[in-house]
Each structure stands twice: as structure tokens, then as C-alpha cells.
Design a protein around this ligand. Structure first.
Ligand code: KPL
Length: 289
């Protein structure tokens, strides 16, 4: 059984480590590991997991199985930190939100098999050694390049943990539309997702943003539902959620706005489609600091 390496030991990194069977060796790669091992428990199951921790420059053996569980803005640099360990036999699963980081990594590592995952799993760290698996979601995974084969992934990722997607770009776009419609507005209005559909002013703002998103879906000839319809449903289903962007903002961490609205604006320039409402939201988020 090949060892599994994980870049990023936040909630998503720990959740994916917890998917592995107990006999599987799991290693976290960290910028500055404090300890040689890291143990955590997962609630509500009360399962215990023990992993090892390494700095990238300490590792010398090639990595065959790698999961990148960092934030989108750290993902490329994290991959570059282990570039010397990646070979033609390496398979990488990317877990980042938004769009842009997956493509940048696929372009930077053309010899490596790259898979991307769109996840609706809900998990957070209650403290540094306790992960709460708050909402069982889906992991939708597909190939970002021709090296990435469904059968090869099935050799190491338990099949009940994910569903294969033949067109991962469309799957990523669906989630991206939702994130562009919801996340920045929850920061602007400092509210839970549900408030965006309760408050007429917020709802109308979301509709304007979504109309521009739809123009970009059409320009790329992507066969997806209207962003406003989908975003409203997600707000209803996740009414009590504080979006990931609002959580980042409140914790004074960088947000993933450049991989959501920022990426949307790059596409708008490429397709020559004016998106003034999204541009306004992007500027407002940047100005919040
Ligand atoms: O993915 C999300 C996020 O917060 O990043 C949504 C779907 C908006 C749920 O909160």
C-alpha cells in the first residue's frame, strides 16, 4: 500500500486523512512541523487518527499519492515546494475552492496526473486535535489532464468517498457559480447564507450578479442551470451557514476572492463581456482588506 501525502493540515486535510483505512500510512507536509507526529479525533464518530509530519525539504523519496488541501491562494506554492518529489508516477488530487488554481497547477506540472475535486463536505476544527465532520457531503472528482485515470484513482481512494465525473470542468463551474453568487455578498452584508434570500435588497443584488454569471456560462457554452436559481436553492439548504469567505474574513485570514469573483472577471475580459456588478463586488471585498 503506497503512502499518502497531504499538503495542508486544516479541516479538509484532516477530513481526507480520516477517509484512509487505519493500516494506511498518512503523512502531512507542513511549512514548519512542530512535532514528528500529529494525532486527531473525528467527531461525531470519535475515531482516532495518527499521522506523521514532515517539512517538504526533509523528504527525499518520490511521492506517488498526494492530496492538496490548502486554500486556493496557497496551492501552487505548496505544489512547488514538493516539485522535486513529483514524477511521472505521481497522482495528485486538488481540493481547492473556486477556479484558477487547478488550471495553474495543471499547466505547471504537465508530467503529473492531476485530478480535481468539487466537495460539499462540511468540516471544521473544534481545536487543533479535534475535527468535526459537521455535514456529510459529496466529493465529485474528475481528470484535469490525460494522465489522470479513473482506474488509477480507484486503486487508492475508497470508492464510497467520491463520485467520478467525466466532465470535471462543468462540475467545478457549477460550484464556482454558487460561490461567486453567495460568498462575497455574505461578507459585504455580514450575514449567514439564508439572509441573502430573506432580505429583498440582498436578493436583488444576488440576481444582478447572477445575470452576469449566466452570460459567462453561455459564452463558454456550458450547459448549466441559471446561477440565480441554483444559488437561491443553496442559500435555502445552507441557510444557517457562515460562508467560507465570511469565516476567513472574520478570522482575518486572506479570502479566496481572486479564485471566485476575481477569476470571473478575468474570464469576462477574455470573452469581452462586461460584468460591472461583479467588478463592484470584487472592489468592495478588496477594500475591506
Ligand atoms: O461553498 C460554500 C462556501 O461557503 O464556500 C457555500 C456553498 C456557499 C456554503 O456555505
Amino acid at each position: 500500500m503506497q503512502d499518502i501525502y497531504i499538503l495542508g493540515s486544516g479541516a479538509m486535510g484532516c477530513l481526507w486523512a480520516s477517509y484512509c483505512p487505519p493500516e494506511q500510512s498518512v503523512h502531512f507536509i507542513q511549512r514548519a512541523p512542530k512535532e514528528a507526529t500529529f494525532s486527531f479525533q473525528v467527531l461525531p464518530y470519535a475515531t482516532k487518527h495518527v499521522t506523521t509530519c514532515h517539512a517538504a525539504n526533509e523528504l527525499i523519496h518520490p511521492i506517488e499519492r498526494l492530496i492538496v488541501a490548502t486554500k486556493a491562494y496557497d496551492a501552487l506554492a505548496a505544489m512547488q515546494s514538493v516539485a522535486h518529489l513529483l514524477t511521472d508516477a505521481t497522482q495528485v488530487v486538488l481540493l481547492q475552492n473556486g477556479l484558477g488554481s487547478q488550471q495553474a497547477i495543471t499547466d505547471a506540472f504537465p508530467h503529473v496526473a492531476i485530478f480535481a475535486c468539487s466537495s460539499t463536505e462540511g468540516a471544521y476544527k473544534q481545536d487543533s486535535n479535534t475535527l468535526v465532520h459537521a455535514g456529510k457531503g459529496q466529493n465529485l472528482i474528475g481528470a484535469m489532464n490525460h494522465h489522470a485515470k479513473k482506474e488509477a484513482l480507484a486503486d487508492w481512494l475508497p470508492d464510497h468517498q467520491y463520485q467520478w465525473q467525466d466532465q470535471i470542468e462543468v462540475t467545478l463551474w457549477r460550484k464556482f457559480m454558487i460561490n461567486c453568487a453567495i460568498n462575497p455578498l455574505t461578507v459585504l452584508y455580514q450575514c449567514q447564507n439564508g439572509k441573502l434570500i430573506e432580505e429583498p435588497k440582498y436578493l436583488s443584488h444576488m440576481q444582478q450578479i447572477c445575470e452576469e454569471i449566466d452570460l459567462l456560462s453561455q459564452a463558454q457554452t456550458l450547459n448549466v442551470d441559471s446561477a440565480f436559481v441554483v444559488a437561491r436553492q443553496v442559500c435555502q439548504l445552507t441557510a444557517q451557514n457562515f460562508s467560507s469567505m465570511l469565516q476567513d474574513h472574520r478570522a482575518q485570514n486572506p479570502t479566496e476572492i481572486d479564485f471566485m469573483t476575481g477569476y470571473l472577471l478575468k474570464l469576462a475580459t477574455r470573452y469581452k463581456i462586461p460584468c460591472p456588478k461583479n467588478a463592484e463586488v470584487y472592489e468592495s471585498i478588496l477594500n475591506l482588506g
